[in-house]
Design a protein. Structure first.
Length: 159
């Protein structure tokens, strides 16, 4: 063996730039994790839908209007997200306006042990329900529902 073979190269010294790249990457990971967490906690929002069922019942009674209630679990399940997408379609939004429905989304625990779940006999999530202005059930659909059935079976049969 000669002297060149046994001689090791000096360790490469890391620059300050490498350290900042690593810190930046860790910060980015933390930000992404926080955003994902917040989006999951946000719930299932639908434009122009209220979240207070009692207030909607008072408004319905005062204005003699029916209510569409969308009972969902938190965090929202895939069927609830699918129904939300269908509800937001222009035809369904127009049907809600034409029927003068007061739309409300109510988040329940998956165990269905709340007073609201018992009062409206919610057995499965998601559940769509149409209530009269007096709060009496007029129509109900449990589980997933298509865009056209939402309009025809749930809304049109409730007028």
């Amino acid at each position: 063996m000669n002297q060149q073979d046994t001689q090791q190269e000096p360790p490469v010294r890391k620059t300050g730039r490498d350290r900042w790249v690593k810190i930046g990457f860790v910060i980015l990971l933390i930000v992404v994790a926080v955003v994902i967490f917040m989006l999951q906690r946000r719930g299932l929002a639908i434009k122009d839908w209220g979240k207070d069922l009692d207030a909607a019942l008072r408004q319905a009674k005062a204005e003699d209007r029916p209510i569409v209630v969308f009972f969902v679990n938190r965090p929202p399940s895939d069927p609830a997200k699918t129904i939300r997408t269908r509800i937001q379609k222009p035809g369904n939004q127009q049907a809600l306006k034409d029927g003068k429905f007061i739309p409300v989304i109510v988040e329940l625990s998956s165990s269905l042990d709340s007073d609201t779940a018992r009062r409206y006999e919610v057995r499965e999530l998601p559940t769509l329900m149409v209530l009269t202005s007096d709060g009496e059930e007029r129509n109900r659909h449990e589980g997933n529902i298509g865009e056209v059935p939402f309009r025809q079976k749930l809304l049109e049969n409730s007028n």
